[in-house]
Design a protein around this ligand. Structure first.
Ligand SMILES: CC(C)(COP(=O)(O)OP(=O)(O)OC[C@H]1O[C@@H](n2cnc3c(N)ncnc32)[C@H](O)[C@@H]1OP(=O)(O)O)[C@@H](O)C(=O)NCCC(=O)NCCS
Length: 143
């Protein structure tokens, strides 16, 4: 099992993993081939996959804006869970962010995602009860 940088050539296998994983909030435009290509071009050093026999069994996306890192779409296929793959993917992201001198990283998880929230809690990501997450959709085709 080996962690490598994700490239756009991995898209089909990564997309298959995402669509087979519950708890992913997929977006039609952002998660299309073009959307992920744009994300990887802007953030070429902070997206990772784990491959086993040419199948992608783990993925994490991360981008930063020069100040904060943001993690998206972390998934490990059900057969490979509980073996440290998720933790290793997050470690790879943290190392990559440190190299870019980013000092803090955040993510959004559905409140109903118990598994995801237990995972993030156990690896040190604090839940913030003092903040309200707000957003505004500026492309109504991105459902
Ligand atoms: C969340 C997810 C990525 C974790 O991946 P994983 O490879 O199984 O995680 P790891 O084996 O690295 O586990 C790291 C720690 O998380 C915690 N954890 C993982 N699975 C857990 C579970 N089912 N119940 C409770 N704690 C769990 C444990 O503390 C574990 O450390 P330990 O093994 O030393 O006890 C994986 O379960 C997944 O893909 N879930 C569906 C998608 C998802 O919810 N993604 C997050 C979106 S916000």
């Amino acid at each position: 099992m080996e962690i490598s940088l994700m490239t756009i050539e991995d898209y089909d296998k990564v997309y298959k993993l995402w669509t087979n994983t519950s708890g992913m909030g997929m977006r039609s435009v952002d998660d299309s081939l073009q959307g992920i290509n744009k994300f990887i071009k802007r953030n070429p050093t902070t997206n990772f996959i784990v491959k086993v026999e040419d199948e992608v069994v783990g993925v994490i996306l991360c981008g930063h804006d020069g100040r904060r890192g943001y993690i998206y779409h972390t998934a490990v296929s059900s057969e490979y869970r509980g073996k440290g793959v998720g933790r290793a993917l997050v470690q790879a992201v943290l190392e990559a962010l440190r190299k870019e001198e980013i000092n803090k990283v955040a993510l959004v998880a559905f409140a109903s995602n118990d598994l995801g929230n237990k995972f993030w809690h156990s690896i040190g990501f604090e839940k913030r009860d003092d903040l309200v997450y707000r957003n505004l959709s500026i492309n109504h085709n991105n459902n």
